[in-house]
Design a protein around this ligand. Structure first.
Ligand SMILES: [Zn+2]
Ligand SMILES: [Zn+2]
Ligand SMILES: [Zn+2]
Length: 249
């Protein structure tokens, strides 16, 4: 197995290209390319490795993990896979964002802290903009094609000779998943488990109780398991059991 990490998008999201060298098949986890240039970086690597992209797997529905789905599917015809509880957000992400905005009217601008944020849905262009009238901050949310396959806890995602089991890890979103391969000793943990912390839980479909339960389940995996998170550096289960405050009793 070969793992190549890219960092794409406005909040530095890890995108992983995972390939089986023996069979020339590959999958991509959490693509957040928003430009032709970023798309080309990924496609060039796929071409250089001479692999065929079978799947695009989203660890959860957040826009920083799915905004490249559309352009990547168009270029490769790979299938989009996401957990059944998060799949509904892909084609109309503004539905989820509208619930967020309604649930928390006073959410300040992430850039300047000002209160005059707006939410502009441009359905015909397949995107929405979260912006600030005070400082001009803008965050674009892109719609994705719908899922080709909905995942459930315990499902297998097979790419060549590499087998991943889907672990449902709710908490950061309702349908957050991790992909685990016991034979390879690797876990792709999305925004559930990070080096030293866990994903945020201040969204309407998130839960601190659930994410703590989820990461404590992950802590039962072999200690030498390599953890590849959705943001930041790689870690191990052992290191997290020692240093991560959410894994302490
Ligand atoms: Zn997230
Ligand atoms: Zn993220
Ligand atoms: Zn602002």
């Amino acid at each position: 197995m070969l793992i190549k990490r890219f960092v794409f998008g406005p909040v530095a999201t890890n995108c992983y290209l995972v390939s089986c060298e023996r069979t020339g098949q590959a999958l991509v986890i959490d693509p957040d390319m928003r430009t032709e240039r970023d798309l080309a970086r990924l496609l060039n690597e796929i071409a250089r490795l001479k692999v065929v992209l079978r799947y695009i797997v989203n660890t959860h529905h957040h826009s920083d993990h799915v905004s490249g789905n559309g352009m990547l599917k168009k270029a490769t015809n790979a299938e989009i896979l996401i957990h059944e509880h998060d799949g509904w957000v892909l084609p109309e992400p503004w539905q989820w964002w509208s619930k967020m905005v309604q649930a928390d009217q006073r959410r300040p601008c992430p850039a300047c802290g000002g209160a005059s944020t707006y939410f502009d849905i441009q359905k015909d262009q397949g995107k929405a903009i979260l912006g600030c009238r005070t400082c001009g901050f803008k965050f674009e949310i892109f719609a994705s094609p719908p899922a080709d396959r909905l995942l459930h806890h315990g499902d297998m995602v097979v790419v060549g000779q590499i087998e991943f089991v889907v672990i449902h890890t709710p908490g950061h979103s309702a349908g957050g998943i991790c992909l685990y391969s016991s034979r390879e000793g690797v876990l792709f943990s999305g925004d559930t488990l990070f080096k030293g912390t866990v994903g945020r839980t201040d969204m309407f479909d998130a839960s601190t109780e659930e994410i703590v339960r989820s990461v404590r389940e992950l802590a039962k995996l072999p200690e030498e398991t390599l953890v590849y998170p959705g943001h930041g550096e790689t870690t191990t289960i052992r290191e997290e059991k020692i240093n991560n405050p959410y894994l302490q009793n």
